[in-house]
Design a binder for this molecule. Sequence first.
Ligand code: ZN
Ligand code: ZN
Length: 376
Amino acid sequence: MDYPALRRSKLVDTLTAEGLDAILVGGTANVSYLTSFSGDSSYLVLGREGALLVSDGRFTQQIAEECPGLPAHIRPTGQTLYQATAEVLGQSRYRAVGFEAAHVTVAEMETLRELAPAISWKGVRDAVEQFRVLKDASEVAQIREAIAIAERAFAALRVFLRGSDSEKDLSDSLEYYVRRCGGKSSSFPSIVAVGERSALPHAPASARQVQEGELVLVDWGASGRFYKSDLTRVLVPRTNSPFQSRANALRARGQLEQVYAAVLQAQEQALRIIRPGVPAQEVDNAARQVISAAGFGEFFTHGLGHGIGMEVHEAPALRPNSQTSLQAGMVMTVEPGIYLPGWGGVRIEDDVLVTPDGCEVLTSVSRDLQAMICDL
Ligand code: ZN
Ligand code: ZN
């Protein structure tokens, strides 16, 4: 099936209701979504007269390969993207043209207004994103692939984990493993946080080294050609040497079992209620209640999850004030966490597809605490 053509025709169908003849799509992911073009610095002009990709000579061959049959205006060297866009619009019958308010800067818009004074411009929001929130079969398949890549990379990280590794070493290694396992890159700079640093939900990787009995929180993901994954696990490293066993490490582990169980139960409770029609805030609330009942309510300091797809953070948001209701085809993370300052943090993050009668957890790496113990 020609998914990009289908998506373009759905978008064109919405233009009349917006009072538009055409839309100028400038968001890089949105252009890719509507064309399969993987480059950047290009605009898609889409209206009743058809679709036209405005790009430059670096991409001529790539456009022919990635989007066969899609008309392209390749601007000559010396003509800016804005001049080329104004020229294309000047040759069309379009008068009312929408632009993506979230993706075109004020300076770019001023330039376009100057160059195309006959056009009546109107900023629109979520014109493409409203479709991207519901994933079609090809998108779900690509997200599954991005997850499989991330999971293979994580298996490699575990095998090669050593006591001399720093957070930075491990974050860098993950980047390599993700690429080696078939990814284009990591979806975002991997978070690797050791010991009490795992209490920082978005800790930047430091020189802190892995030690026995201390948590290692790993939040990572892979970018496939277009789609991304996002997972979190905590590892519990141990050595076989009895001299390395420290009383405080053992005490920390006692607390770990309690914290880990609360986070896991919160995630399982959320997964039980996810299905079409359920308000996103109810899912957040279900997880939050489990963590509060365990006595850690004030230490769950972020929303429960976020949509993933071509971007690592997109709609829908699972958080207390979310106004969205879930629909089949949404893909999002479910990632409760408990962060105890001075002790550390536990987050368990999986990627979930809303199905017609519930949900499917797309990730498969174990969530069992015993499986998180790994030998140094
Ligand atoms: Zn994450
Ligand atoms: Zn996430």
